[in-house]
Design a protein around this ligand. Sequence first.
Ligand SMILES: C[S@@+](CC[C@H](N)C(=O)[O-])C[C@H]1O[C@@H](n2cnc3c(N)ncnc32)[C@H](O)[C@@H]1O
Length: 380
Amino acid sequence: MANNSNLGAAKAAKNDEFYTQYADIQKEVNAYLEYNPDTFRDKTVLLPCDDPEWSNFTRFFAQNFEKLGLKRLISTSYAVESKKYKDYEPTLFETESPWFDADKTRIKGKIFELTRDINQNGRIDIDDLEWHYLEGDGDFRSLEVCKLRDESDIIVTNPPFSLFREFLAWIMEGGKAFLIIGNMNAITYKEVFPLIKENRIWSGVGFNLSMVYKAAYSNYLEANQKFVRSKGYNPDDNYIKVPGVCWYTNLDHGRRHEPLRLMTMKDNLRFSKHREIREMGYIRYANYDAIDVPFIDSIPSDYDGIMGVPKTFPGSYCPEQFEIVGCAEGDSGKELGLKPFPRELKALNKSLRDGQLYYMLDGKPEKPYARILIRKKQQQ
Ligand SMILES: C[S@@+](CC[C@H](N)C(=O)[O-])C[C@H]1O[C@@H](n2cnc3c(N)ncnc32)[C@H](O)[C@@H]1O
């Protein structure tokens, strides 16, 4: 019988093979174009970790090549034998192509390129894509894909979930513009949060989404079936709901320059829709000089001190309105100067940890959910 860690590994392997829907890509990309219609103009866009025959990233960027004003589109795929999940048959697109090679199909990555109107029908689109096998397996860390990264201006993809940290580091190392999909939990990763704090990367427009992916397996849970059907997909086609999905980017967009519309502290205490705020006010932490704000819409507009806010804050973050002070988790919490909790309190709350915030409520230490610490931007 398979043990739990085998099952976990099998699930992780399959979860690396989630395919993004065309409409989700279109919706996100359109938000950048609304802000700056020339975001992609004259740019080379690289779509790594893709499977161009299946992937909607390739379809979307190839179909919109002229509208976006692209100079060059490159997409690369990862060889089946290198994938953790190997259940795969080559498509007719590949087997019927003059470049098909039975010896290479399972062990080599592929590269698809679009630069010009090959079929001379008057427009550059998906039918003008040319492809060949890569020298290696298409691993984004390989020298040949690193070289493609270095030749490109913007990197767009949904990288394998299990390699998100490494993938983001790979982009940053190349100093490239990017638009990628990841899990919301990535916000507090120690490799990711400092980049958000320093405004080197930020959340895309689509944030904390429940996305429907095409997956390598079916999910027959009632809740999945219901959700997927409500979005117009047939779950029998292996569509699957994945909550907490975010776009991450360093491309500018309009939402991040829209300040949150907030009430003053006085008004919140009287009129907040949250009973907790009206009845208990803003509780001060016992181990750090800041107040706890359990809801984003309850951030007081006129408070000058530090505030602990939910970790979903980056989805509403406007850098002209607030600065991010830090993340109150583990080592970063300790570096921020959160005082260790007095050991005798452990008897009252076993979950207390150094580096995390706590406050006293009716004589008992309580921990808020994961918090990001922010402060109102001072007017220059
Ligand atoms: C989450 S899927 C996304 C596919 C596609 N970008 C999309 O969203 O439709 C990630 C893809 O990356 C591939 N992959 C896994 N490890 C990789 C690596 N080290 N280098 C390149 N691709 C990899 C997986 O096999 C999978 O096809």
